[in-house]
Design a protein. Sequence first.
Length: 114
Amino acid sequence: MEDCIFCRIAKGEMDADIVYSDDRVVAFRDINPQAPVHVLVVPREHLRSAFDLGEEDGELLARIFKVIRRISEDEGIAGTGVRILTNVERGAGQSVFHLHFHVLGGRPMLWPPG
Ligand code: 5GP
Ligand code: ZN
Protein backbone atom coordinates (compact mmCIF):
# COMPACT_ATOMS: atom_id res chain seq x y z
CA MET A 1 0.00 0.00 0.00
CA GLU A 2 2.32 2.71 -1.29
CA ASP A 3 -0.10 5.57 -0.68
CA CYS A 4 -0.84 4.53 2.93
CA ILE A 5 0.85 6.89 5.40
CA PHE A 6 0.98 4.35 8.22
CA CYS A 7 2.58 1.75 5.90
CA ARG A 8 5.14 4.42 4.98
CA ILE A 9 5.83 5.23 8.66
CA ALA A 10 6.13 1.50 9.45
CA LYS A 11 8.67 1.09 6.62
CA GLY A 12 10.66 4.13 7.79
CA GLU A 13 9.86 6.02 4.59
CA MET A 14 8.11 8.79 6.50
CA ASP A 15 9.09 10.49 9.75
CA ALA A 16 7.27 9.86 12.99
CA ASP A 17 8.06 10.06 16.69
CA ILE A 18 8.33 6.31 17.20
CA VAL A 19 7.99 5.09 20.79
CA TYR A 20 7.99 1.33 20.14
CA SER A 21 8.84 -0.99 17.28
CA ASP A 22 9.10 -4.75 16.78
CA ASP A 23 8.73 -7.22 13.92
CA ARG A 24 4.93 -6.92 13.81
CA VAL A 25 3.96 -3.66 15.52
CA VAL A 26 4.99 0.00 15.42
CA ALA A 27 3.83 2.77 17.76
CA PHE A 28 4.30 6.51 17.32
CA ARG A 29 2.94 9.77 18.71
CA ASP A 30 -0.18 11.19 17.06
CA ILE A 31 0.63 14.35 15.06
CA ASN A 32 -2.47 16.05 16.48
CA PRO A 33 -2.62 14.85 20.09
CA GLN A 34 -5.95 14.88 21.91
CA ALA A 35 -4.41 14.22 25.33
CA PRO A 36 -0.99 14.65 27.00
CA VAL A 37 -0.25 11.08 25.92
CA HIS A 38 -1.63 10.14 22.50
CA VAL A 39 0.12 7.25 20.80
CA LEU A 40 -1.01 5.24 17.77
CA VAL A 41 -0.27 1.52 17.78
CA VAL A 42 -0.36 -0.07 14.34
CA PRO A 43 0.40 -3.49 12.88
CA ARG A 44 3.09 -3.47 10.19
CA GLU A 45 0.70 -5.48 8.04
CA HIS A 46 -1.80 -3.32 6.16
CA LEU A 47 -5.32 -4.02 7.40
CA ARG A 48 -8.04 -1.48 6.66
CA SER A 49 -9.71 -1.55 10.08
CA ALA A 50 -10.62 -3.76 13.02
CA PHE A 51 -13.21 -5.38 10.75
CA ASP A 52 -10.38 -6.89 8.68
CA LEU A 53 -9.19 -8.89 11.69
CA GLY A 54 -9.89 -12.62 11.73
CA GLU A 55 -9.31 -15.47 14.12
CA GLU A 56 -5.89 -15.96 12.53
CA ASP A 57 -4.94 -12.54 13.95
CA GLY A 58 -5.26 -13.62 17.56
CA GLU A 59 -1.52 -13.52 18.20
CA LEU A 60 -1.19 -10.14 16.51
CA LEU A 61 -3.96 -8.72 18.68
CA ALA A 62 -2.38 -10.15 21.83
CA ARG A 63 0.91 -8.52 20.79
CA ILE A 64 -0.82 -5.18 20.15
CA PHE A 65 -2.43 -5.17 23.60
CA LYS A 66 0.83 -6.15 25.26
CA VAL A 67 2.50 -3.22 23.48
CA ILE A 68 -0.31 -0.89 24.55
CA ARG A 69 0.20 -1.88 28.17
CA ARG A 70 3.96 -1.46 27.93
CA ILE A 71 3.65 2.00 26.36
CA SER A 72 1.11 2.99 29.02
CA GLU A 73 3.59 1.95 31.71
CA ASP A 74 6.49 3.74 30.00
CA GLU A 75 4.43 6.92 29.62
CA GLY A 76 3.31 6.78 33.27
CA ILE A 77 -0.42 6.52 32.59
CA ALA A 78 -1.04 2.82 33.24
CA GLY A 79 -2.29 3.46 36.76
CA THR A 80 -4.24 6.67 36.18
CA GLY A 81 -6.37 5.61 33.24
CA VAL A 82 -5.96 4.79 29.57
CA ARG A 83 -8.46 5.00 26.73
CA ILE A 84 -7.84 2.48 23.95
CA LEU A 85 -9.84 3.40 20.87
CA THR A 86 -10.14 2.28 17.28
CA ASN A 87 -12.45 3.91 14.74
CA VAL A 88 -14.07 1.86 11.98
CA GLU A 89 -15.03 3.81 8.84
CA ARG A 90 -15.59 7.49 8.30
CA GLY A 91 -18.82 7.86 10.27
CA ALA A 92 -16.94 6.87 13.42
CA GLY A 93 -14.05 9.20 12.68
CA GLN A 94 -11.64 6.91 10.84
CA SER A 95 -9.49 9.08 8.57
CA VAL A 96 -6.47 6.81 8.03
CA PHE A 97 -7.47 3.45 6.58
CA HIS A 98 -4.72 1.37 8.15
CA LEU A 99 -5.75 -0.29 11.40
CA HIS A 100 -4.57 1.69 14.43
CA PHE A 101 -5.33 1.83 18.12
CA HIS A 102 -5.32 5.23 19.80
CA VAL A 103 -3.77 5.11 23.29
CA LEU A 104 -4.84 8.19 25.24
CA GLY A 105 -4.14 9.33 28.78
CA GLY A 106 -2.61 11.88 31.09
CA ARG A 107 -5.85 13.74 31.66
CA PRO A 108 -9.27 12.62 32.92
CA MET A 109 -10.58 10.26 30.25
CA LEU A 110 -14.15 9.86 31.42
CA TRP A 111 -16.80 8.65 29.00
CA PRO A 112 -19.17 10.14 28.16
CA PRO A 113 -17.25 13.44 28.35
CA GLY A 114 -18.28 16.14 30.78
P1 5GP B 1 -8.43 8.15 12.86
O1 5GP B 1 -9.08 9.49 12.65
O2 5GP B 1 -8.28 7.40 11.55
O3 5GP B 1 -9.03 7.31 13.94
O4 5GP B 1 -6.97 8.46 13.40
C1 5GP B 1 -5.96 8.90 12.58
C2 5GP B 1 -4.98 9.65 13.44
O5 5GP B 1 -3.78 9.75 12.73
C3 5GP B 1 -5.43 11.07 13.77
O6 5GP B 1 -5.51 11.21 15.18
C4 5GP B 1 -4.34 11.95 13.15
O7 5GP B 1 -4.01 13.04 13.96
C5 5GP B 1 -3.18 10.99 12.99
N1 5GP B 1 -2.31 11.26 11.87
C6 5GP B 1 -2.69 11.55 10.59
N2 5GP B 1 -1.61 11.71 9.81
C7 5GP B 1 -0.53 11.49 10.60
C8 5GP B 1 0.88 11.53 10.35
O8 5GP B 1 1.36 11.75 9.24
N3 5GP B 1 1.69 11.28 11.41
C9 5GP B 1 1.21 11.02 12.66
N4 5GP B 1 2.09 10.79 13.63
N5 5GP B 1 -0.12 10.98 12.93
C10 5GP B 1 -0.98 11.22 11.91
ZN1 ZN C 1 -1.13 0.75 5.40
